[in-house]
Design a protein around this ligand. Sequence first.
Ligand SMILES: Cc1cc2nc3c(=O)[nH]c(=O)nc-3n(C[C@H](O)[C@H](O)[C@H](O)COP(=O)(O)OP(=O)(O)OC[C@H]3O[C@@H](n4cnc5c(N)ncnc54)[C@H](O)[C@@H]3O)c2cc1C
Length: 475
Amino acid sequence: MEHIAILWFRNDLRLHDNEALVEATQKAKYVLPVYVFDERIFCGKTKFGFEKIGKFRTKFIIESVADLRENLRKKGSDLIIKIGKPEEEVFRLAKSIKSSWVFCNRERTQEEVDVQDNLEQNLWAIGQELRFARGKMLYHTADLPFPVSQVPDVFTNFRKEIESSSHIRPPFETPMVIPFPAFTEDRGVLPTLFTFDKEDVVDKHIENRKFKGGETNALMQLNAYFWETKNIENYKVTRNEMLGWDFSSKFSAWLSSGCISPKFIFCELQKYEKEVKKNDSTYWLYFELLWRDFFRLTGKKYGNRIFKKTGTRNINPGGSADIKIFDKWAKGNTGFPLIDANMRQLNQTGFMSNRGRQNVASFLVKDLKISWLMGAEYFESLLIDYDPCSNYGNWNYIAGVGNDPREDRYFNILTQSKRYDPQGDFIKYWLPELEKVPSQYIHFPEDMNVIDQSGSCVIIGDDYPFSMIQLKNCV
Ligand SMILES: Cc1cc2nc3c(=O)[nH]c(=O)nc-3n(C[C@H](O)[C@H](O)[C@H](O)COP(=O)(O)OP(=O)(O)OC[C@H]3O[C@@H](n4cnc5c(N)ncnc54)[C@H](O)[C@@H]3O)c2cc1C
């Protein structure tokens, strides 16, 4: 019998190092690749009423699916594109082409698990099977020095154990050909932002221009960051900056949609260390990728607890759901330039640096006393690189409900502003109304007297808001 396999693409929108693709081509004579835009996600809302996927990630995913289809076509294959519920659309296809199996990369967070469980149930009813592969992490779960239920809660312990006794497997080879079955049904058209009732993205900032979805762009970004610019050699020094493109790798958006595999990045990193240079910076990129594995494994260990207000530690952090206060934070109208600049960057591009994320999250939770879940959902909606485990895991940490060994971690935003944006270049880029404010006032422009304000062409209260609270520990 000439078996047909369906290859259901999810957050693994690539051909390189794709275990599900490799297994499908090895097992079946023909492979039918499918992607389903899940209408519940692309048209849905979060609990607090934000779009589940905002325009930035929607656009990025549409571009990624388009690129995947292109790359499949180059291999003599194609991509069937559907809009609907994956458990119904993939099932319907499986039934109509009488496939033998559906292959996919396994997801571990609840919404995704529900979809794959429902599909599996549907397939069982017609005597077919859902086969799972793994493709998210640097490390293979079977190679870890501890069972998932005993993943260390503290990152340093996790890292030390892994580094002393685990190895990273090499990436899978991309199959040379992906034989496509006889298929007479409609192959589906690529949706647009308009299909999901989302407004267009304005191409104004560097992040809008450079975050283009797809495996091809992911590999180009890797090539640029490593081989062309050699920016990787300074990563440890630059990674806490906030302005511009080159201070960090920007791999996150491509990693979250699976356009690039972490193992492939690691493999290139090793090559770079061997052929060009090995230093603290090259190690540090691996170190940060390890944080990603850590949060994913923490998500696996604690399940839905990462999404609950009480977090993995199961303690009540308090925090109100005051929408007026929250709105000022979300829109970047708090009167604190570091916070406002970062939030406006997020609202206009879908991206924010790690330094920015830590500060705005800490400010929301510790200074404004708002429930961290609102902030996490807002990030979920807007971040171009949203990843359930990395997002909720980091918010757990900042809210003090994760397993952070430093209890009550607090970011003093004025100190942080002075340290990481001494001249206010980042602030001035995102808050042009403060462009003429002298650097000694840029971190807290309210300190200017009326004469200084008019000399800087900004009247506090008119052109830029008064600070919404008095910060603890600073006057
Ligand atoms: C409140 C909060 C929410 C966050 N939400 C997300 C999210 O939804 N998706 C996401 O990918 N990252 C998230 N991060 C982590 C981090 O901010 C981003 O991964 C990073 O800023 C992306 O930029 P980059 O790719 O240039 O990172 P680089 O500094 O170049 O790091 C390389 C890669 O390492 C990983 N990484 C780095 N820092 C972290 C971290 N703290 N946790 C997990 N992985 C990390 C990412 O995959 C990143 O692409 C969050 C951090 C905070 C504080």
